[in-house]
Design a protein around this ligand. Structure first.
Ligand code: SF4
Ligand code: ZN
Length: 312
């Protein structure tokens, strides 16, 4: 055995180094470790019950496809839940259209049911049309709010009792820090990886919450599945990008920073929960933290003019 052999099995050469734990893993032990990590998170945060019907939000990127692959393995052997993949087409030319083909092929190869919803059909706007309008908020603010609603609706439609999303440890840490930077402590409650059952909402779970993005990327690479690598053309608008760069630098200098940020946010959840009570939106009747839900707050503020209309 050389010092570069896998620190778990000690038999095969290592191909992946984890700075935060000091482990060097061979491809087989790395893959097994991710399945075990996700299984542990599912149990730790009480995400599933036997016989759950899970709608898995799959965008076609490496994180959501890794989630789909891992959940399929776990559910085939343990909880015996049903999985249905759900995708939202925001209407972003040259970006989402490529991803849809990837998701369709992935679901077919895994023998999974797949359901697609579009912004255009649900809200009367594509993301390209919304982005072309005069607006105070960045494109991602619209997109995030509408996608959240669309995913909830589609999960309800397929009769799911859980909605699993591919948020990684990096996403969780970024959201925690963003909430602090924006002074939005009430939003910390939505960071509970086990989700919350509330009327009108399909319980959202985040099984990859303890898996760094670097590891979902390596898992996708090792598994050799097709995924979308291109970034969305509106991505640069988000404040999240700055937080991501900052956290990545911190993680590099101080391994474990992402885990610490995430676990700190978990401690703030009970206080955040006490602060917020959900009610029905006075316009559309959907669950909302205030009188008007975010969708009804955002959409009427966009004036549809021919000049801003993007041709399909
Ligand atoms: Fe939507 Fe922004 Fe993501 Fe693009 S980068 S898909 S606009 S949230
Ligand atoms: Zn090994």
């Amino acid at each position: 055995m050389t010092s570069l052999n896998c620190t778990k099995c000690r038999a095969r050469p290592s191909v992946f180094y984890r700075p935060y734990s000091g482990e060097r893993l061979c491809s087989s032990c790395f893959r097994t470790s991710l399945v075990e990590r996700v299984q542990l998170s599912i149990n730790r945060f009480g995400m599933l019950e036997h016989g759950s019907r899970i709608a898995v939000g799959v965008s076609g990127g490496k994180d959501s496809l890794t989630l789909l692959h891992l959940l399929k393995q776990i559910e085939d052997t343990t909880h015996g839940s049903e999985i249905v993949a759900v995708t939202v087409d925001e209407g972003i030319r040259g970006y989402r259209d490529e991803a849809l083909g990837i998701v369709e092929r992935a679901c077919k190869s895994m023998g999974l049911e797949w359901k697609l919803a579009t912004f255009h059909n649900m809200f009367g706007w594509t993301m390209d049309e919304l982005a072309a309008q005069k607006r105070e908020l960045g494109a991602c603010s619209f997109c995030g709010v509408l996608r959240r609603r669309a995913l909830n609706d589609i999960a309800r439609e397929v009769g799911a009792d859980r909605l699993a999303t591919g948020h990684t440890l990096d996403d969780m840490a970024q959201s925690a820090l963003l909430n602090i930077l924006r002074g939005d402590i009430g939003k910390m409650a939505s960071l509970d990886p086990g989700g919350l059952s509330s009327p009108g909402f399909v319980r959202r779970i985040k099984p990859l919450c303890e898996v760094p993005e670097r590891e979902t990327t390596f898992y996708a690479y090792l598994s050799d599945f097709e995924f979308q690598g291109a970034a969305c053309s509106y991505a640069g608008e988000a404040m999240r990008g700055d937080v991501r760069i900052f956290l990545n630098e911190m993680e590099e200098k101080h391994p474990g920073t992402l885990f610490t940020t995430f676990s700190t946010s978990l401690k703030l959840i009970p206080a955040a929960r006490e602060a917020g009570l959900m009610k029905a939106c006075r316009v559309c009747g959907e669950p909302s933290a205030g009188e008007l839900c975010r969708v009804c707050q955002l959409l009427p503020g966009v004036s549809r003019g021919e000049a801003g209309k993007v041709p399909r």
